[in-house]
Design a protein around this ligand. Sequence first.
Ligand code: NAI
Length: 487
Amino acid sequence: MKTTIAVANGDGIGPEIMQAVLKIFKANNVPLEYEFVEMGKSYFDAGHSTGMTDQAKETIEKLGILFKGPMETPKGKGVKSINVTARKVWNTYANQRDFRTLNGVETVFSKAGIPINLTIIRENIEDTYGGIEHLLTYDVAVGRRIITRPGSEQVIRYAFEMVRRKGYKKLVCGHKANIMKLTDGLFLEVFKEVAKEYPDIEASDIIVDDLCMKLVSRPQMFEAIVLTNLQGDIVSDLCAGLVGGLGFAPSANIGDNISIFEAVHGTAPDIAGRGIANPTALLLSGISMLRFLGYSSNAAAIENSLLYTLEQGVHTGDFGDKSTPSLGTTDFADAVIANLGKVPADGGVFAEADFQVKQNASPIKNKLTLSTGAKVEEEMIGVDVFVESKVQPNELAEVAKKSLRFNENFNLVMISNRGTQVWPTGSIYTELVNEYRIRFEKKPGTTIKQKEILHIAADLSEDVKVCSVEFLMNFGGKIGYTLAQGQ
Ligand code: NAI
């Protein structure tokens, strides 16, 4: 049975590499039909603020799969990246990138005979990619990092399922929970909870800086790694470097209803239109799409032919042996087609068992709400009021205490600057910027209301500019905020 997918050619080298990949698919009789959709730079230029036509959006939402070339987002026009927007609006919560040694693509590791075969799963929606940032004072910018329990669970569960499907044995969670105790701490906590449901998989965790060091010194240690969005972004480009660069890096953005398959590289405007672009990354993305759709024998045949072709030293201008002539995009695709049926020296890859795709199983009518549904007791403890001030901490403490003359249920417990405690104790050497955090906590044995807390901020604003307010809460008896350094 054929599957219809949406295809967007993209900008720059996009149409050239897409044509090459679809030619290879055709030669292998891949059971796909295509609906081409209008997305990319020219649609921004034509006034579509999201970079796509309504028809394109409708088609993608109907078909559930988008295979796309790289796209350019116009700079300086205030429009958001079409690539990031597509991933977010369609909730493709897991970004999967498979990295493997490709014979014919020389790297430090291939020369040393160290094989690399690892997969990075990166959370694709949350973290700092919410782009929620504010200038609190002219000198101080802050950004919100959002990590949620259900959002983490979704991607971590996907990672465990992927590991099982691939027949891997291990999954590692990369994080920085030693510093970001509540955000990365939550991601790690969920990882450990979900791991209990997969006793057949060896689950472990590693601090992300240690992970980077180990990836560049002993990449063969790893099979699969799951990370939050920003750390995953950086670590996956690091892994692309291990196997030969972005020209060999495929990417799958997986969601429950819509999934997007694309190359990691951009539109390469410097070589666009010259017919010399390397289609390998888009082809590898197409191969993972075929596996995702359950066409694993087509995927294996095309992958084996690609591996064999690379192994023969066939290359485009951006890689390979410079002493042998390079092929253009179409000739490279033709070489892969001519090698269909051949397998690389290591025996190649095999077709995996097909698996049922969930895509578009039941079209949705309302937006989905993610919730763990957990019921835990909440207790309000106090408030952090962020203020702009240039005075010394002792003087600010007097101002803060003054605001408590109407709010007798609270104590002033701490003042910090850039996260480091500067009152009641601190070091004279701690440098100060013009934004402080003033922490008020309820007196023991009292119960407080949110309204009282807001009154503190209002009273404080009589004497000092309030920049923002953050409530202090306990959940299920556990403290739901961090202490200042030195507190
Ligand atoms: P780029 O990846 O387009 O180019 C970087 C360098 O790599 C260039 O020298 C280019 O010629 C080379 N290169 C990239 N892909 C190649 C291929 N397949 N074959 C041979 N050489 C290749 O990155 P850049 O220049 O930063 O971005 C250009 C445009 O692409 C920007 O408008 C950017 O927003 C967009 N972009 C789109 C992405 C997407 O659609 N997912 C991802 C990254 C960038």
